[in-house]
Design a protein around this ligand. Structure first.
Ligand code: SF4
Ligand code: SF4
Length: 77
């Protein structure tokens, strides 16, 4: 699996203002079937660790604070 180069290039973005991972939330990490999301223990926020995605969306739908945004490629819409 390819490591995500930079946070701004990956399809799944986490709004660090809204993410409450530092309070123990790991919902997006848990629901992702590919295990590409992770919690950054330095920032205490979720992020896309591996740049691979099925665009299946549970991470976005199940996030309790609406912090996750999945950028679906135009051709898949
Ligand atoms: S589900 Fe939302 S609030 Fe919870 S860790 Fe993921 S991005 Fe943060
Ligand atoms: S859209 Fe699916 S594969 Fe992509 S990060 Fe979210 S849960 Fe994982």
């Amino acid at each position: 699996m390819t490591m995500a180069a930079t946070i701004t290039q990956v399809p799944v973005k986490v709004d660090s203002e809204k993410c409450i991972a530092e309070k123990g939330c790991t919902v997006c990490v848990d629901v992702c079937p590919l295990d590409v999301l992770a919690i950054d223990h330095v920032t205490g926020k979720a992020f896309m660790k591996f740049d691979e995605c099925w665009y299946c969306l549970p991470c976005e739908k199940d996030c309790p604070t609406g912090a996750v945004h999945v950028d679906i490629p135009f051709l898949l819409r």
